[in-house]
Every structure is written in C-alpha cells, then in structure tokens.
Ligand binder design. Structure first.
Ligand SMILES: Cc1ncc(COP(=O)(O)O)c(C=O)c1O
Length: 389
C-alpha cells in the first residue's frame, strides 16, 4: 500500500531514539500535573507565569463566549475579527508601546507569515543558526536567499552584511530573543546597531521572553535602549500569556501591510474570541503583578546554581529555560525516564528540535514552582546524579 513505507521510517526513527509519542495530561496545566494517573512535578510547560489555568483567564473566556460566541467563523478580514480581538490588539500595542499590533492564529503562523510577507525572491535573509522552526520555515517559504550565521556569532553576521552591502533587494535579519531550547539570549542592542548600520529590517521573535523580561514584562526588546519604531516584534500568546495565538507589534504601516499580505492571517479563520479575551486578561495580570516575573527569575537562578553544583552540564544563560546538555538522544531519554519514575516530568529534547549529538533535558521553570517544589526538584536531580555514579 502507498503508506507502507511509513512503518519502516517510523521503526528507523525509533531505533535512533527519536520517535515521539503523545502523552495525555488529565489535570489542569500547572506546576504539578497528572499523567497516566500519576502526579508529576511539571518541568515541561511554557506556562512560565502559571496563568494557563488562572481563574481570571477562565472567567474572561467564559464571559466572552457568552457574549460573542465560541467560534470566530471567518478569517479576520471577512467577519472573524471580533471585539475581543480588537481589544487584545489595542492592549498589545499599548503594552509594547508600538503604533499597532496584529493577532495571528498561532505564533508559528505569525513568524512564518510575517517573514514571507516581508521578503521574497531576490531578497536576502540573515538567520541565527538556532532560530525556531517557525522562523526557519518562514525563511524557506519566502524564497529569499538565506544566509545562516553561527549561533550568536555577530562577527560573522557583520561580515555577511558587509559582503552583501551592494545587494539590490531587501535585507532582513531574523532572530529569537530568548532561544527556546538553549535558554540563552540574543544581543539585541548589537543587532539593532548592525541593522541600522547596514540598513536592514530586523525581526525579533520574543516567544519565550514575552511576559518574562522587562519592567513592564513585554520582553527583551524593552530592556534594549535602541528599541526603534521600525522593529518587527513578534510574540506568542501561548506561553507566559497562558492562552493561544501569536502577534506582531510595530508600526502602523507594517501592520497594514501584514493584514493585507501575510497569508496565514488572510487565509485562516481567526481564533475564538474567548482565546483573545483570556490573553487580554493575562496581560492585565502581568501588568498588575510584576512579582511573578521577578520571582520566576530568582527561582531559575537558584535552580541553575544548584544543578551546576551537582555536576550537571547546565548551559549558560539567565532565563527560566534551563537546559542540561546530554548529547546522545538515547541517553537523554533514559534520563527522562528515570526522572519520570521519580515523579518529575522533564522533556528530553532530541533532533530535529536540536542538531544531532546535542540532545538535552530542557527544564522550564514556572512561577508556580515555589519553595517546596523547587527543593524537591533539586533533591531528585541530586539523587539521580549520585545513582549514575
Ligand atoms: C521561539 C518560538 N517561536 C514561535 C513559536 C510558536 O508559537 P506558538 O506555539 O504560539 O505557535 C514557538 C513555540 O514553540 C517558539 O518556541
């Protein structure tokens, strides 16, 4: 049969320790979750500020559903753009202090759609080697020429920019601000300076930084003194904001262009109004409860210190994403299993999420991991370390 090849391909994937299986959570999304009838400490969500199950988001979603219905029923440009979507876009623009913002069905769609709307054949993209899959796919989709620079190597980037200075098409630099797997951060002031000096557009994906960095919680761009009105700021509503969807924030002309030309925006049904209302409620909480972010950073720093002292190879960084480098994919999954047996869920990250030979355990900490849970995490890792000899 025409799909028989899939069995062989999946077995091959399995033999390399790369095959994935769905797990079903049977509890709320929180710092502790239930899977297969067991309660586990959850180090595998991006719900960094523990808002995904917050009653205020649930109430906002329920009230909005009652007033505005569940499904959006159409793409935003037809009749899918509800009052809840409009309010969210206004809230985002005010929060990020940009002229305008546009909400996409997902962060993936925001990245892929925006890049492909800004550059095309004859144009050029400069992309960090560790950018997220949605940025990579957007680059490929655009048909622009792609120059990949080694991760965080801005000397190489500057050389690439210099060499292509006479290029006649548009040029775009694309980067994550906080890298999703390695938990390290881009040098945004330097990237701003390079993009200005070489007259390129600059797109920054703040998916993991939104809500977590900056005094207002808007992300790493907020901490960057050279923030400019022509920056293309992308974020997701599905991680620290605890809802779903993605957004682009920037100048009015950028948003006007995207709502005309970003294909996942134009040709996809808007997400339900309730999803937008929950995101707006979350942003209000982030603004009124800044301690969530500060406490998260403090816990992350403590956990990094403790794990490093135990001898784990914690990759450098200062974020709530704490990667322990293991290397081999099979070994990573053995450790994942051993932690599971101890009552902790820590995802093993394998290719294609990371390059071959760079598998890691990715601990993502949330605000809900308070003192006692943190202590338990530290103790379990210590015990596992000593049992490994
Ligand atoms: C860096 C980065 N950008 C974009 C996305 C996509 O966001 P979403 O999950 O909202 O589609 C992700 C999600 O995994 C991500 O890690």
């Amino acid at each position: 049969l025409s799909l028989d090849w899939l069995n062989a391909a999946l077995s091959d994937w399995e033999a390399q320790g790369l095959r994935r299986h769905l797990v079903t959570r049977t509890s709320l999304q929180a710092a502790q979750i239930e899977i297969n009838g067991r309660t586990l400490i959850n180090l595998g969500s991006n719900d960094y500020l523990s808002l995904a199950s917050d009653p205020r988001l649930i109430t906002a979603a329920l009230q909005t559903t009652t007033l505005q219905g569940w499904g959006a029923g159409a793409s935003p440009l037809i009749t899918g753009h509800s009052l809840a979507h409009a309010e969210l876009e206004e809230t985002l623009a005010n929060w990020l202090q940009t002229e305008a913002a546009l909400v996409f069905p997902s962060g993936f769609a925001a990245n892929a759609g925006t890049i492909a709307a800004l550059v095309g054949e004859g144009d050029m993209i400069f992309s960090d080697a560790k950018n997220h899959a949605s940025l990579i796919d957007g680059c490929r989709l655009s048909k622009a020429q792609i120059q990949i620079f080694p991760h965080l190597d801005y000397v190489s980037l500057a050389q690439q920019l210099q060499k292509t200075a006479v290029h006649s098409g548009r040029r775009l630099i694309v980067t994550d601000s906080l890298f999703s797997m390695d938990g390290d951060t881009a040098d945004l002031p330097l990237l701003c300076q390079l993009s200005k000096q070489h007259q390129t557009m600059l797109l920054i994906d703040e998916a993991h930084a939104t809500g977590v960095y900056g005094q207002q919680g808007t992300g790493l761009v907020e901490e960057c003194v050279c923030a400019r009105p022509d920056l293309i700021r992308i974020g997701t509503l599905s991680k620290a904001i605890g809802s779903a969807g993605g957004f682009v924030a920037g100048s009015q002309v950028l948003i006007d262009w995207l709502l005309n030309r970003a294909r996942p925006y134009v040709f996809s049904t808007a997400h339900p109004p309730a999803v937008a209302a929950a995101a707006t409620a979350a942003i209000q909480i982030i603004q009124s409860e800044p301690a969530r972010g500060t406490e998260l950073h403090r816990s992350a720093a403590d956990l990094r210190t403790a794990l490093t002292a135990q001898g784990w190879h914690v990759l450098p960084g200062n974020s709530q994403i704490i990667p322990i480098f293991i290397g081999d994919a099979q070994r990573t999954m053995q450790l994942h299993q051993a932690l599971l047996e101890r009552g902790i869920f820590v995802p093993g990250i394998r290719p294609p999420s990371v390059p071959a030979g760079e598998a890691l355990l990715r601990l993502s900490l949330t605000y809900g991991h308070t003192g006692e849970l943190l202590q338990q995490i530290v103790q379990h890792f210590a015990a596992l370390r000593s049992s490994q000899g």
